[in-house]
Write a protein that binds this ligand. Structure first.
Ligand SMILES: [Zn+2]
Length: 418
């Protein structure tokens, strides 16, 4: 019988009733009888956000090390703390991230980190949707590569063993500068034969591009293309320093890009991702927050606003990155990037939906809903969240929240204190 949301405002400006049956949107139009009825008056119904680049359990390192340059930040703070990570820490850190995402309207995320079988367990319990990849780093050491493949295989088997329709495994070669060519080739083969998406960092910093050029004779995306690595199953995070030829190659291969403007600005990557050139080339564009150590929030409303502002500022053009295009990146673009039938309020799409409370001073009046969401919206205007046809948060109440906050705080203190 499903869920019926009555008389609700939709992103296209219509007011209608939306019926959910099973995991899909069954009807948009007239109200139907249902097990759960939600009054949508004074509210807007959106597709849940799809966050296409996260390291969810890094919520444990939120605010642990800020205002540092990238290399020092990684080598003196993040890597030593990550060396102390346990499967239990990843479980609670991911649960904390899921809570934050749920509360701010994200229903699906693309995550790369460690001990991802524990991340999968956390996501499955919370009820969100995710694509999860075990981070793969071999630093051109064959013995380490062997260990990494073993770990990737083990985690894959455990995630598949969950048999969750919402949790999908992927492969996570960290980047061109941390993974050897033989491993990149083998991961590509594995992805193709086992239908696994690939999640990789690409052209984040100028130093990365310079190093890869020196070592491999071409910039990172051209190099990946030359070894046959690219394809429509690849989500590449960042892309700040891609050149025009690389953008064309990525577009030809159907690669999706996860734009992470907050992380890029906080870590001072020095250049705004070439958004206009990417859009003109026809690339699939989506938005990511990156981990909570380099953001420090997982709120996609904030990422939408900063995306729009960054590109207007960088291009000296207020028409750059308009609200609708940015909203599209955060929803339908993300769904396309991950190959999901979601990201739109439309019949037949997955019922990953978010109800926004419009009766708030900061969202009044509603001249243009999408503009309001991008420029004036915040995670805390999310009132109710449905994922895979199940209500996960109703009127801002999430069950089990206090326990997650308590465990995550205790574990974060232990990781930082050693
Ligand atoms: Zn990242």
């Amino acid at each position: 019988m499903g869920i019926s949301i009555r008389d609700v405002l939709l992103p296209d400006g219509r007011t209608a009733s939306v019926t959910v049956e099973g995991d899909r949107i069954a009807e948009i139009g007239r109200p139907r009888e249902a097990d759960v009825t939600i009054d949508g008056r004074g509210k807007a119904l959106l597709p849940g956000f799809v966050n296409t680049h996260t390291h969810a359990a890094m919520t444990l390192f939120r605010g642990y090390a800020d205002d540092m340059d990238l290399q020092r930040w990684l080598s003196t703070k993040i890597w030593p703390a990550e060396a102390r990570l346990t499967p239990e820490a990843v479980y609670w850190g991911t649960k904390l991230a899921c809570l934050e995402m749920l509360r701010s309207g994200t229903t699906c995320f693309n995550d790369m980190y460690f001990h991802m079988d524990m991340a999968a367990k956390a996501v499955d319990e919370v009820g969100l949707r995710a694509v999860l990849s075990e981070g793969f780093i071999d630093l051109s050491d064959p013995a380490r590569a062997e260990r990494e493949f073993r770990q990737t295989r083990t985690v894959l088997a455990k995630i598949r063993g969950l048999r969750s329709p919402r949790v999908r495994p992927a492969l996570g070669p960290h980047s061109v500068y941390t993974v050897s060519e033989p491993s990149l080739r083998e991961l590509r083969t594995m992805a193709s034969s086992e239908h696994l998406p690939i999640h990789i960092h690409l052209s984040e910093t100028r130093a990365e591009v310079d190093d890869v050029k020196k070592e491999r004779g071409m910039p990172p995306a051209s190099y990946l293309d030359s070894i046959g690595f690219l394809g429509p199953d690849v989500v590449a995070a960042h892309g700040c320093w891609l050149d025009d030829l690389e953008i064309r190659r990525l577009a030809q291969q159907g690669v999706a890009v996860a734009h992470c403007p907050v992380s890029n600005m906080k870590l001072a990557t020095g250049r705004a991702m070439p958004l206009a050139a990417m859009r003109d080339a026809g690339l699939t564009l989506s938005l990511g927050t990156d981990g909570a150590a380099s953001n420090n929030s997982l709120d996609m409303f904030e990422t939408m606003k900063i995306t729009a502002l960054l590109h207007k500022f960088a291009a000296s053009d207020a028409r750059a990155a308009p609200a609708r295009a940015v909203f599209e990146m955060a929803t339908a673009g993300g769904a396309r990037a991950l190959g999901l039938e979601a990201g739109e309020v439309a019949v037949g799409k997955l019922a990953d939906l978010v109800l926004i409370d419009l009766r708030r001073p900061g969202l009044t009046p509603t001249h243009d809903l999408v503009s309001n969401l991008v420029y004036a919206g915040r995670g805390d205007c999310v009132e109710t969240v449905i994922c895979d046809g199940r209500v996960l948060m109703r009127d801002r109440v999430v069950r089990g929240e206090a326990e997650v906050l308590e465990h995550a705080s205790a574990i974060a203190a232990k990781l930082a204190g050693a």
